[in-house]
Ligand binder design. Structure first.
Ligand code: SF4
Length: 320
């Protein structure tokens, strides 16, 4: 895996002007009908495969703490949006919709013009996000940082030269071991020779080399998904918009095959927990950020009884 920073890449744009940032508190027209509203998946409900499947983030979550995985996947506990997750959703939506604009017009300014209408569409779809900002100042700071991250994207790539083969692609695949996998891939590029590149946008901090394991897990997971449904991607990349860093991993068939066995073993472990009805809590460095801590016995919480329907559904992840 290689890491590069925006300093290595052409800088074709400058930072947002104060005038742009101040426009955030002014009323704006609603999102045009052709825009994909933030948080709404392309093709959702249009005959896609929504049967239970394992995602990269949930698989990693199980490795960290089986109880946290259970509470999210089996009990279906939802966590309320935060300023950080809301920013992530909004920026992903901007970077998805910018590719609807004709190639020559995909400028930093065009992306910035998408921010406000998409934010308004998001407020309509998820009204609770408005309550995240008790003061105008807090909203303005948040929006200024959001706009900065949109600008940072243009330091990493120039979308005028790209024509994605897929955006927010919902990919479902079954491994030879019968485990159904799912991923929403931010962008898939296809070269004229058919080679694939997977691109994922990140709005959090880039991990230090010691903590790049999670990033690598996600890239391998996407590589496996595409190998099973199309072809092994030649390259996978995580674009960290805050710092301008890019993590690049070029998968090899033998490595992805080993990863596939790792996923099969992981699923065996999940299935065994489900059949025993016990998903143990496991303390880990992310416990302080755990959204289901109130139901964790290691922190004085009470875990609810295991919902049987949830277990039945979970066990459908492996095809019989
Ligand atoms: S607080 Fe920690 S141990 Fe408890 S459920 Fe959350 S991640 Fe697991």
């Amino acid at each position: 895996m290689t890491v590069s920073s925006s300093a290595d890449l052409p800088r074709s744009v400058t930072a947002a002007s104060p005038a742009t940032a101040s426009a955030d508190v002014a009323p704006n027209p609603a999102a045009p009908a052709h825009m994909q509203a933030p948080g709404v998946r392309n093709g959702a409900g249009k005959g896609e495969d929504w049967r239970p499947a394992l995602s990269a983030s949930r698989a990693k979550e199980y490795q960290r703490c089986p109880l946290q995985y259970r509470l999210h996947v089996v009990d279906r506990m939802k966590e309320p949006p935060t300023q950080a997750t809301t920013r992530g959703t909004l920026i992903h939506s901007v970077l998805e919709n910018i590719y609807d604009v004709p190639a020559a017009q995909r400028t930093r300014e065009a992306a910035q013009e998408l921010v406000m209408p998409l934010w308004e569409a998001m407020q309509e779809n998820t009204p609770e996000v408005s309550a995240l900002f008790p003061t105008v100042e807090e909203f303005s700071d948040w929006m200024a940082q959001t706009r900065d991250m949109v600008d940072h994207y243009f330091r990493i790539e120039d979308p005028r030269w790209l024509e994605p083969a897929g955006r927010e692609s919902h990919v479902v695949a079954q491994t030879p071991e019968g485990v159904r996998l799912r991923g929403f891939i931010d962008r898939i590029d296809r070269a004229p020779n058919g080679a694939l590149r997977v691109v994922d946008y990140k709005t959090g901090r880039a991990p230090s080399p010691r903590f790049q394991e999670d990033a690598l897990f996600q890239m391998r997971f996407y590589a496996l998904l595409l190998e099973l449904t199309d072809r092994l991607p030649a390259r996978t990349q995580l674009l960290y918009l805050k710092s301008g860093q890019v993590l690049t991993f070029d998968p090899e068939a033998s490595d992805i095959e080993r990863f596939r066995y790792e996923i099969a073993r992981l699923w065996d472990a999940i299935e065994a927990d489900a059949r025993r009805g016990v998903f143990p809590a496991r303390k880990n460095p992310l416990c302080n950020w755990c959204g289901v801590r109130a139901a964790c016995p290691l922190y004085g919480g009470t875990t609810p009884p295991l919902p049987e329907e949830g277990i039945e559904k979970l066990l459908q992840t492996r095809a019989s």
